[in-house]
Design a protein around this ligand. Structure first.
Ligand code: NAG
Ligand code: NAG
Ligand code: NAG
Length: 368
């Protein structure tokens, strides 16, 4: 009794001394980017995140509230689309003083484009690496030198395929691989949704043997994600960013999904971890595939970009179907497993080594 009192008193003083505010301490924070991704978490049978609407200064004016269950164990934030919105919203959340996030699992739950060489529409993927492929030099395709395969090449380099000579630090993030495998295992308990329109699109990709993964049924897959503010389409840019992903991660990452936020989100989370507000080994990057990053044989890049996206509906629904298995497993397994954390056996952090350790990609830690 006395011991318990002492411990709770010391916890009180510690939090006062450290200036780290007390607040709601969710076990899981679901990160959505826009309305459709958010709404799959509302009015569901499993839990009610609309029980508490918490207004947080600095969030997107389109999505000013963080939503939480009554017991605050599960919360959901909508950060807004593309890297600037994502980074700004996550930073506002972390420094709001309304939440204690040091033990919280952050699950990015968004839709994405997909590389038909790796997976298909409707699939749910879990990434280890997030690569900011848009952070590069660019020359318009009509002006590139004859020996260039693409107009994109790393900053501080002379040509595509070279390692960047200049790094901003957000080029690559690596998250906890053991947690990723566990999350995928939970997600595989879900029955993914599919539709006949998606099946028809997949048969188009079957004409190219390199796209066998696109022609197959949707699955839960382990593969990496590429971030850019630019929403691209086409074989040439797809291949260019496959190359960037390889170069930035020294060949480790598999270019699989494409989206506009994750490096922004991860940058803000990494800085939050440096400020001891969150734990960078508790991040899950879940991206379901809504459309292909390049067309099937005999279709143009523009038609692929502007045409119908038959995978949109099932990819949004699958965020909930697969993601809810992950959320439930974390909440029910809290005291047995998740409260103390899943030990990372791989490097976690950014390309600079900001959180300590030595990145297994890039030039190594700059803080040595
Ligand atoms: C929270 O906001 C939603 C609408 O976004 C509303 O349906 C719900 O009733 C609100 N919850 C509370 C407790 O006010
Ligand atoms: C984006 O994030 C991913 C994953 O965290 C990381 O691997 C990648 O290097 C980042 N890219 C940039 C350009 O910051
Ligand atoms: C990654 O590749 C670059 C360029 O070749 C090299 O300088 C760097 O040491 C490599 N990093 C690792 C961890 O292998």
């Amino acid at each position: 009794m006395k011991l318990a009192l002492l411990i709770s008193l010391s916890a009180l003083f510690q939090s006062a001394r450290g200036g780290v505010p007390n607040g709601l301490a969710p076990k899981v924070m679901i990160i959505s980017m826009f309305r459709d991704e958010a709404e799959v978490w509302y009015n569901i049978p499993e839990f009610n995140v609309l029980a508490q609407n918490i207004s947080v200064p600095g969030l997107s004016p389109l999505f000013p509230n963080v939503h939480c269950t009554k017991d605050s164990s599960i919360c959901q934030i909508t950060v807004g689309e593309a890297e600037i919105n994502a980074a700004s919203s996550i930073a506002a959340l972390i420094y709001s003083g309304r939440f204690t996030l040091t033990s919280t699992y952050f699950m990015i739950a968004g839709i994405a484009g997909v590389n038909p060489k790796v997976a298909t529409i409707g699939s749910v993927t879990f990434a280890r690496y997030a690569v900011q492929v848009g952070l590069q030099f660019e020359i318009d395709a009509r002006e590139i030198p004859a020996h260039f395969s693409t107009g994109y090449f790393p900053q501080g380099s002379n040509a595509p395929g070279e390692f960047p000579g200049t790094l901003y630090g957000t080029e690559v993030f690596e998250v906890n691989d053991a947690l990723r495998h566990l999350a995928a295992q939970f997600a595989r308990r879900a029955r993914l949704k599919d539709n006949t329109e998606s099946k028809a699109v997949r048969t188009q990709y079957a004409k190219n043997p390199a796209f066998a993964a696109a022609a197959a049924a949707p699955t839960v897959a382990l593969c990496d994600t590429a971030t850019s503010d630019t929403f691209w389409s086409g074989n040439l840019l797809g291949e260019a960013f496959e190359g960037t992903t390889k170069v930035f991660t020294n060949g480790s990452a598999v270019y699989c999904t494409t989206q506009q936020e994750d490096n922004g989100t991860l940058t803000a989370l990494m800085r939050g971890a440096l400020a001891k507000r969150m734990d960078f080994s508790r991040i899950i990057i879940m991206r379901s595939a809504s459309d292909f990053d390049r067309p099937p044989p005999a279709e143009s890049a523009l038609a692929n970009l502007l045409g119908p996206a038959p995978g949109f509906e099932s990819s949004v629904l699958n965020l909930h179907l697969a993601g809810v298995k992950v959320v439930e497993a974390i909440v029910t397994g809290w005291s047995a497993t998740f409260e103390r954390g899943i030990k990372a056996t791989n490097y976690v952090g950014d390309i600079f080594g900001s959180l300590g350790g030595t990145p297994d990609f890039g030039p190594g830690s700059i803080f040595k």
